[in-house]
Ligand binder design. Sequence first.
Ligand code: BG6
Ligand code: MG
Length: 217
Amino acid sequence: KKKAFIFDLDGVIVDTAKYHYLAWKKLADSLGITFTHEDNELLKGVSRVRSLEIILGLGNVSASEEDKNRWLHQKNVDYLAYIEKMDENEILPDVVRVLDFLKDYGQKIVLGSASKNAKPILEKAKIINYFDAIVDGNDVTNAKPDPEVFLQGAKNAELPNEACIVFEDSLAGIQAANLANMISIGIGDATVLNEADFCFKDFTKMSNEFLLDLINN
Ligand code: BG6
Ligand code: MG
């Protein structure tokens, strides 16, 4: 059967959380806000604007819209400097095996990401050509757990929501997939992603037989 496999980007295809962390950390330091790796977990899957609000909240800092916009811009400039050096070596293990398998079986491959930097990252990783449709932070207004990004992905793939399977590393993303009536597959810690239909630590744990079952059922 023809299905659409919708991939989140950050934390599913590439490990960009470390770069987001470094860029946010620089801003937090400059504002005298303590920002740890643990705090960074709160930002996974969360939009850029909401991420800033969370960090300011950690330090009880209030700011004008003008300040916030300036900080958001600077954070992205710093983030892009890390992304600049990215290449295909940063693709997470077995992502390409899964993409190749799905392509061989004629399945649609879609990106469903909150990031406004999704396309340059896919280009740098040299995998943008796998994607039949890309829906990213430039295309949607409502952030995950709102299902908008995945509903738009199904539409672009011209398949019903029930024929879509979502790979996500954030709980907000799993909730968005569930709200969209799609099969949700967690990539990461099953105790965190406890609302997912299935969960795997990473793609190396996901067999071709499992993928075939998703295609045929
Ligand atoms: C999500 C990340 O995929 O995209 C978040 O998990 C990030 O950490 C969000 O804030 C927005 O990304 P960007 O690249 O537009 O700042
Ligand atoms: Mg993610």
